[in-house]
Design a protein around this ligand. Sequence first.
Ligand SMILES: [Zn+2]
Length: 85
Amino acid sequence: MVINDLKQTCPRCRGGGHQPGFTVLGLSQINYDGRCPTCAGRGFLLTELGQDLLNLLRPFIEEMIEGDKPKPAPLPPGTSREKPA
Ligand SMILES: [Zn+2]
């Protein structure tokens, strides 16, 4: 498997990720944020296989992100999470 099995170059912006404007119902519209609306500025789209892999990995990714969060602040002195003996 190669990375190109998982993603494909966005056909709309051809990988650039930017689109200055687009045409809706024959009318030219300015694309105010400049990002390609099809790929959200990424320049590529996930293939079906890429989407499957993402869905497979998502729980692990979320776990990693959770693990990076700072730990809860320590309790003030004199208090304890333990029940009093
Ligand atoms: Zn695009």
